[in-house]
Each structure stands twice: as structure tokens, then as C-alpha cells.
Write a protein that binds this ligand. Structure first.
Ligand code: AMP
Length: 285
């Protein structure tokens, strides 16, 4: 059966967004937001559905945030599919799609950066300098611009989720940050907008990442440590056709401190390169 289609208005100006959210707030309605960079897939849509179920009004934001790209080519090549994104969101029935441009988000004279002292210097923070400053800055702005009561983020970007949660608490922003499970392809590959950049050949190799991570999980459950498990895992990734491994680490789920074995709630984190595309993944241990 074809899902009901109700296209949401696309809002490009902050003034228009504020006028709309003011009418909702005046009626006592709650607002949920799903910040994205577009090229929407089922992972994003699962967040929108969770927002739909939890709040009266749902805004999906689409903004390819230049401040969180440390590589100009990555920004240039990032997939842009606004028309298709709007069509996908129509099947969920969100209330608005906010698509600001760069000048709207960072007008002339913009000079503020939100920067965290903790959580940002490991994993992706160590490999993408300035990335999380860009994320924290834009998410703080989006939370304030939308007057969100709740904001929905994927565990796929677990470090980002922790950082956004910390930032919202530290800045007294009254939005609850909700973490949502990672949606995967049937072969285990975590959905990501960057998967669109994989060639057919690379796409066939990509699920090996989650397979290797699952094997480490089993080894840890059997009492082995990261020290003994990592060399074989790196060899397997190499044999499967992966390139550089930025990190393959076990860290505490609460504060990202490095672990040898899961002595507390932990997650296994990986960032690896495959045919010029950087794939990240993490799983709860
Ligand atoms: P992005 O457009 O990549 O910036 O992602 C926007 C939001 O979607 C972030 O909160 C991501 O963590 C979340 N997200 C991305 N991929 C997935 C996925 N496979 N499953 C669940 N959430 C995801």
C-alpha cells in the first residue's frame, strides 16, 4: 500500500521558522527536531518516526554544515538530494523541513564557536580537527532556532550524541537529547549518506567492517582483550580490501575513556577508509 503523502513546507528563513514555531508554542504543542545533512535514508527516517511518536510537531532540518567539514573535497562531494529528501519525509508526515543556507546560519560577522573541553579529543575528534566544534555550534543554533523540546540523534554517531547531550546541559538549553538505535542494511552495513559514494565493488566489501566488529565482540565476551583481538581484526580488514584504519577502539559508553576489556558499559568504535570513503560504526558491548 502506498503511504499517505502530505508534503511538509520547506522553510528557508529563520524568521519564517520562528513565526511557525511561535504559533505551535502558543497552542502548547511540543516540538521535536531531527537535525540532518540531507541525503536521507532509513536511519534518518527512523529518527523522524521517533520524533513523530514523541512530540506534537516535527521539524527535520537539512543543513550541510561547512563548519564541521575538515576536508574541502568531502564538503564538495557530500550528496545533495533535497527533492528526494522532501519526498521521503512526506511519507512520514513531518510538519516542516528547515533548509537554511550558509548565509542564514552564519551571517556576516558571525564569530561564536561552541567548543567542549571533554569528549572531543578522541575518536573522530582526533582525526577530524575542529569537526565537533562545528557540530556543537550548529546544533546549539538549531536547538535555539527551533525552540525544540526534544532532539533526536542517532547512536550511529555515538560520540556526537554524547557531545550534543553534554553541550545542551552545559548551555542550559531546555531540550531533551534522545538517542536512537543504528539502522543497518540487511548485510550489517550501517546506513550512512556517504554509502552513496561507494562504488559497486566497494559496497560489496563494506559489510566486512561490521562482521569484524561482531567478531571482536564475541572475543571480548569470551574474556579476550583488545590487545589480543586487534591485530587479527586489522589483518581481516586489510584482507577485505579496507585501507587506513583511523581507529578501532573499545571505550566506555559514559565518557569514552579507553578500555582494554568491557569492565563497564562499553562500545566498540571504528573508523576505516574504503576506496576513498570514510566509514564509521560503533556497537554496544
Ligand atoms: P547526518 O545527516 O549524517 O548528519 O545524520 C543526521 C542524524 O541521523 C544524526 O543524528 C545521525 O546519527 C543519524 N543517523 C545517521 N545514520 C544513521 C543510522 N544508520 N541509523 C540511525 N541514525 C542515523
Amino acid at each position: 500500500m502506498t503511504p499517505p503523502v502530505s508534503p511538509a513546507p520547506i522553510i528557508r528563513k529563520l524568521d519564517d521558522l520562528r513565526a511557525l514555531t511561535k504559533t505551535w508554542k502558543a497552542k502548547g504543542e511540543t516540538i521535536g527536531i531531527v537535525p540532518t545533512m540531507g541525503a536521507l535514508h532509513d536511519g534518518h527516517l527512523s529518527l523522524a518516526r521517533m520524533a513523530r511518536a514523541a512530540t506534537d510537531r516535527v521539524i527535520v532540518t537539512i543543513f550541510i554544515n561547512p563548519k564541521q567539514f575538515n576536508n574541502p573535497d568531502d564538503l564538495k562531494n557530500y550528496p545533495r538530494t533535497e527533492h528526494e529528501d522532501a519526498r521521503k519525509l512526506a511519507s512520514i508526515g513531518v510538519d516542516a523541513i528547515y533548509v537554511p543556507d550558509g548565509a542564514q546560519m552564519y551571517p556576516d560577522g558571525f564569530s561564536t564557536t561552541v567548543s567542549l573541553d571533554a569528549l572531543t579529543d578522541v575518536l573522530c575528534g582526533a582525526h577530524r580537527l575542529g569537526h565537533f566544534d562545528g557540530v556543537a555550534t550548529v546544533v546549539a543554533k538549531l536547538l535555539l532556532q527551533t525552540s525544540a523540546d526534544q532532539a533526536f540523534f542517532g547512536e550511529k554517531d555515538y560520540q556526537q550524541l554524547l557531545i550534543v547531550r553534554r553541550m545542551a546541559v552545559d548551555l542550559d538549553i531546555c531540550a531533551t537529547i534522545v538517542g536512537c538505535p543504528t539502522v543497518r542494511e540487511i548485510d550489517g552495513l550501517a546506513l550512512s549518506s556517504r554509502n552513496l559514494l561507494l562504488s559497486d565493488r566497494a559496497r560489496v566489501k563494506a559489510p566486512a567492517l561490521s562482521e569484524v566488529m561482531q567478531q571482536i565482540t564475541k572475543g571480548l565476551a569470551a574474556g579476550e582483550t583488545m590487545k589480543t583481538l586487534t591485530p587479527a581484526a586489522l589483518t581481516q580488514l586489510d584482507n577485505a580490501g579496507f585501507g587506513d584504519v583511523d581507529y578501532l577502539e573499545l571505550r566506555a559508553a559514559a565518557d569514552l575513556s579507553l578500555l582494554e576489556s568491557p569492565t563497564e558499559p562499553a562500545r566498540l568504535f571504528a573508523a576505516v577508509w574504503l576506496a576513498g570513503v570514510r566509514l564509521i560504526d560503533n556497537i554496544a558491548i
